[in-house]
Design a protein around this ligand. Structure first.
Ligand code: TH1
Length: 835
């Protein structure tokens, strides 16, 4: 290809090729040029927003150069690539990350100071890219960071929602949802007007026999919606590798109004069609760990899978390789079951469009896909009704039935005597209406299935997917324990701690090899180091205290014990256990004399997180936290002994302030329900300890950091079923302390008790989440935490050891495990100067 370009053209290109700034002068020139031209502003109306815009665009220029180079080099190298399909990418802010990865943050800080701006303020202008709900979406974002940082040729594929997760406002103690329109200025995306895919919905399947007598299926007469590509550069840390995140946006097929309708006076109808098409990528479904089976959600899933696969297949076909090479060139990872339709879609492309026979096509499909399961909770396992799929995707339904037929025939041959097995494992649930079990389809269509922490991966093998282990054997099922990127979650969020660590480890290599942190163990008993470590924690707590003061008006004492639970509000995550515990503490403080109270360890209980808009119980929990805060924070007898804070609109950028500021964070899900959790890792990495149940990654965190350095409590996963059984047949035993809490609520201590009766009644009636069974152990563990915190030297010893032993939980380790066990891909270095 290169040889075909005339020399004159090459020379001109080389002479003028963009290079990007490397020093302060050139940064200022680039930023000012963008402010003046791209943003059309002058010195006299250059506010912080414009400074952000100019800085972002200057850094964007730098990223684009590496991005082009990377994409070109990956295309020429002709190596296997990874495609990560996720309906959620919770990216947060991009500028700080771009500055870090490019390695020019100090240059930008000095340049911005010259222009009269503080870097922190400029960074703070950016809105979060919040295209996700919680852990699953943030995991995808961490994985993209690691894939690029480790030089893997990889793309993410997702949806370009016009509205990300809603903004949460707290009004009179209640959650109110406000739409998050985040696209009005987004310098990080590139519309690719030339990259479009037409996606079909509805219609019918026509069959005919071709000249060889082979039956051919044609899916026709459907409604067409166009997918437009928007690309987001994903820079790696300290490497030129810059990968791509491609997000699809939906548009009416003609791109314009239907002129026929427009001219014949059906103006309204033509606008309506346009809007209908755009609705597909309009909004992120705000449910975490819950499946609601809405038609529009299924449309989103197919739209995104079909566009992505079309794109991947188009790229593969350019290479002119034989189809059997497909799985040697391409690995596709399914982030939960949301992209499972990619499986029948690839089979459809290969069989219907490319004319491959069923078995050849199917072996390509299975060898291409890997499936990650993130939950065992029944209410989160996706099922789609057969009539709905029949209506929306008639050809895919046929293919799913055929996949199931082949699969069940295989099962029958292998287990001829087990009739029950067939109905248990069938992809089609024989209910009314019939349902397609997406997890089963994902297992059957993938060569590897993984859970996200050891306990979770064991649970899926022994519970929800037990039969599939019998059918396929152990080797198809594996574990990749989740991780987080230390670039964002240590260096960006906690620059002072990162600097302290670097001063002892002789540089920042640990940001790319987090296991190097183990060298910090030598400093756990070092007086000076402890003091520096403690001062950083105090400064981070002060930063959070200031934020709390600004946003809620409540003053909290940074010397108090900061006890934090921030995550989606969900019954299984048990924020109710936390707030009942807080009330219990409040009642105890009220019963004390002032002298006794003075001796108590002062505490700040901090909550944050969104409730799905339709999740009544979760909204009750938020309301109770806010009402308890109102009462406790205004109780003059209590003062600093206890404060209760709800931080509004918890998101990625707020987590960057919160995670470095904890003494204790809470990861207290009912054992066996939280697949992994990832914020547990963020808090420990930033020098905070955990109160937690034996669940998800807490178990492996304990193994790594040592059981002396974590506060575990509560019933074990293996005992939960038995306790629930007891609840059903013998009733729930309400803990004495919890009963006092309920009495206080019923007596109206926190406002009208009717508001909270749903919350207390579920505990009394079923206590599915074991709030009562774990309550006493929970409160006792908090007392132990108070005791332990009094001995600050011992506490520092624990926290430093814990940080030193967190190396395992880097997302880089996850990516290496996926690459080796599931994808079979190798990294590929991009040359610093040219492809
Ligand atoms: C979460 C899990 O709850 C959490 O334990 C895990 O750390 C995280 O995924 C990353 O692996 C999940 N989020 C969702 C979101 C939806 C459906 C299922 C899950 S599981 C929409």
């Amino acid at each position: 290809v290169e040889a075909e370009i005339p020399d004159a053209q090459k020379t001109a290109w080389k002479k003028h090729s963009a290079s990007g700034f490397t020093n302060k002068e050139d940064f200022e020139a680039a930023a000012i040029r963008h402010i003046e031209t791209t943003l059309a502003r002058s010195l006299y109306n250059c506010d912080e927003g414009a400074a952000y815009g100019g800085t972002a665009l200057a850094f964007r220029d730098r990223l684009i150069i590496d991005w082009n180079k990377t994409q070109q080099s990956h295309t020429f190298a002709d190596q296997k690539r990874v495609y990560y399909l996720s309906l959620e990418f919770l990216m947060g802010r991009a500028l700080d990350n771009a500055m870090l990865n490019v390695g020019l943050k100090d240059v930008a800080r000095d340049g911005l100071a010259d222009l009269g701006f503080r870097m922190e303020d400029v960074i703070g202008i950016e809105r979060d890219a919040a295209l996700g709900n919680g852990g699953l979406g943030r995991l995808a974002a961490c994985f993209l960071d690691s894939l690029a940082s480790l030089d893997y040729p990889a793309w993410g594929y997702g949806l370009r929602y016009r509205y990300g997760i809603f903004k949460q406002e707290i009004i009179n103690g209640y959650q109110v949802e406000v739409p998050d329109y985040w696209l009005d200025f987004n310098p990080w995306e590139f519309p690719r007007h030339d990259v479009t895919v037409d996606i079909q919905f509805y219609g019918n399947v026509r069959k005919y026999n071709d000249e060889n007598g082979r039956q051919v299926s044609v899916w026709e007469n459907g409604e067409i919606v166009t997918a437009n590509a928007y690309d987001v550069p994903i820079p790696g840390y300290n490497t030129p590798t810059t990968n791509n995140l491609r997000l699809w946006s939906s548009k009416a097929a003609s791109g314009e109004f239907d002129f026929q309708k427009f001219n014949s006076g059906e103006y309204e109808q033509s606008v309506h069609d346009q809007m209908r098409a755009e609705t597909i990528s309009a909004v992120l479904y705000p449910n975490d760990n819950l499946d609601r089976g809405k038609e529009l959600r299924l449309k989103q899933q197919y739209f995104w899978c079909a566009a992505s696969l079309h794109d991947i297949v188009r790229r593969f076909k350019k290479s002119k390789k034989a189809w059997k090479e497909f799985p040697n060139q391409i690995a596709i990872q399914l982030n939960d079951t949301h992209p499972t339709l990619a499986i029948p879609e690839l089979q459809r492309i290969l069989v219907d469009n490319e004319g491959l026979d069923w078995d050849t096509a199917w072996s390509i499909v299975v060898n291409t896909f890997g499936y990650t399961n993130h939950t065992v909770m029944a209410e989160a396992l996706e099922k789609w009704s057969v009539p709905l799929i029949q209506h929306l995707l008639p050809r895919h339904l046929e293919i799913i039935y055929e996949i199931n037929l082949h699969f069940l025939q295989y099962v029958e041959r292998t287990f001829p005597k087990d009739r029950d097995m067939l109905s248990r494992v069938s992809i089609v649930e024989e209910s009314n209406p019939k349902m397609i079990r997406m997890a089963y389809l994902a297992i059957v269509g993938s060569h590897k299935v993984n859970g996200v922490a050891e306990l979770h991966s064991d649970l899926i093998k022994t519970t929800i997917f037990k039969d599939f282990v019998k059918i396929y054997g152990q080797d198809k099922f594996t574990n990749v324990t989740n991780g987080i990127t230390p670039r964002r979650w240590l260096h960006q969020a906690n620059p002072k701690l990162s600097e302290l660590i670097a001063s002892k480890l002789g540089g920042y290599d640990f940001l790319k090899d987090l296991t190097l942190l183990h060298k910090l163990e030598a400093y756990a008993d070092d007086k000076q180091f402890r003091k520096a470590f403690q001062e950083i924690k105090y400064a981070n707590k002060t930063r959070l205290a200031n934020y709390i003061k600004e946003t809620t008006g409540v003053s909290v004492n940074p010397a108090a014990l900061f006890d934090i639970q921030v995550k989606r509000i969900h019954e299984y995550k048990r924020q109710q256990l936390n707030i009942f515990g807080v009330i219990h503490r409040y009642l105890a403080l009220k019963a004390m004399t002032p002298e006794q109270r003075k001796k108590m360890q002062p505490r700040v209980s901090i909550f944050g997180g969104k409730a799905a808009p339709g999740y009544w119980m979760a909204k009750c929990i938020i309301h109770l936290v806010n009402e308890v805060g109102r009462v406790v924070n205004n109780d003059p007898e209590i003062g600093d002994a206890l404060k209760v804070i709800f931080i509004e609109d918890y998101n990625v950028s707020k987590c960057e302030i919160i995670a470095p500021a904890s003494d204790i964070s809470e990861h207290i899900s009912t054992a066996g329900t939280e697949a992994s959790g990832t914020s547990n890792m963020k808090f420990v990495l930033n020098g905070g300890l955990i109160i937690g149940t034996c669940d998800g990654a807490n178990i492996e965190i304990t193994r790594e950091i040592g059981e002396d350095n974590i506060f575990l409590f509560g019933n074990l996963a293996e005992d939960v079923e038995e306790i629930r059984h007891q609840h059903t047949y013998e009733g729930v035993l309400i803990d004495d302390g919890l009963q006092k809490v309920f009495d206080a609520i019923h007596n109206g201590m926190f406002g009208h008790s009717d508001e909270f009766s749903a919350l207390t009644n579920t505990v009394v009636n079923h206590d599915h989440w074991l709030t009562s069974a774990d309550f006493e152990a929970y409160c006792k563990t908090h007392d132990a935490i108070d005791e332990a915190f009094k001995d600050q030297e011992a506490w520092l010893h624990k926290t430093i050891l814990a940080v030193a032993r967190m190396g395992f939980f880097t997302a880089d380790r996850c990516i290496e495990e996926y690459a080796e066990m599931i994808w079979n891909v190798e990294p590929q270095k991009i040359k610093q100067n040219g492809a």
